[in-house]
Design a protein around this ligand. Sequence first.
Ligand code: 5CA
Ligand code: ZN
Length: 409
Amino acid sequence: MHAWPASEVPALPGQGRDLRIHDTATGGPVTLDPGPVARIYVCGITPYDATHIGHAATYNAFDLVQRVWLDTKRQVHYVQNVTDVDDPLLERADRDGVDWAALAEQETALFREDMTALRMLPPRHYIGAVEAIPGIVPLVERLRDHGAAYELEGDIYFSVESDPHFGQVSNLDAAAMRLLSAERGGDPERPGKKNPVDPMLWMAAREGEPSWDGGSLGRGRPGWHIECVAIALDHLGMGFDVQGGGSDLVFPHHEMGASHAQVLTGEFPMAKAYVHAGMVALHGEKMSKSKGNLVFVSALRRDGVDPAAIRLALLAHHYRADWEWTDQVLRDAEARLGRWRAAVSRPDGPPAEALVEEIREALADDLDAPAALAAVDRWVGLQEASGGTDTGAPGVVSRAVDALLGVAL
Ligand code: 5CA
Ligand code: ZN
């Protein structure tokens, strides 16, 4: 699949900083030292509805990761998937009487537009689950041939017991895993499974559902976790730097994905850091397509909201926090954007070198975007109060805010 166009990332004076980030698996910070090429996999959308603010907040977090790395003059190999065949997508297409593939294509196109408007840097590889199927089949066959997978009435399941490291991403106990498995696409109640949370690797073709040739697996379609693993291993290999997504993906998705990859390769760990963004809520409940309590990025744009203001609204919250979207959040962001734009359009200001360092330091410290915004606010406040004489400063601020925060002033 094609991704979306990249906005330009201005080069900044001075030196970028290495990223220290919270790792779900170890429950603490890790300082990443990726070498010249940093590798990140971020789980993409299931395209049955438009991009909402929760999605945008999660992609904003990983866009910051990419920007911090680019600032250290590294290359970034960023891979993102599109879950373009899955139960909720098929159910929505069915409900609305539309073709599932057309629905996926249409919503993916809208996602690209939203990402472009928000100045999210595109992944280098943007891969649909459907196009990954030829690579998934041999992986499932290998797992089965190694005794890590078993068949149940034609469906093929992964045996979590085959990975000695299973459980080390989420660190949950069996009861919690079972509960989340039921909530998030698993089938812990199905009789005949070795472990109730064993996830499906390959689902035998169902009447009226799309299916593909699975070689020795028979016709069917892949399970969710193996899709992301196949794409990640194909484009990044093992031991990549960051596996990213929202916190609702910790279990089962990222736990199972890590186990699949670890059993397939015999290596550990799949990723050096498992990074999870908090959940954005609306009216007190997690924004989710299934509940329908959504604020769409495209709807805000249609209403004339500046995408830079949406981006500032996201950045005003720490990526790990759960937070609530309100009209006030947007109004505050619009006011801040107005002040910042007025400040950088003046011919001079207070020196900005220290500000650039403050933004770098804030982001390198577990992507502390609110601290970065506060630093810019202070520079803007100084300029409003007493002006300044540095004619280069407004340009430096504008470039730093663009390069590091993705906000065009
Ligand atoms: N296609 C799978 C991942 S392979 C999926 O989870 N798709 S999704 O469309 O449901 O979500 C896309 C991304 O947005 C995921 O990282 C998910 O964790 C994140 N996300 C979903 N809802 C919210 C929310 N309310 N707040 C923050 N992030 C969210
Ligand atoms: Zn995924």
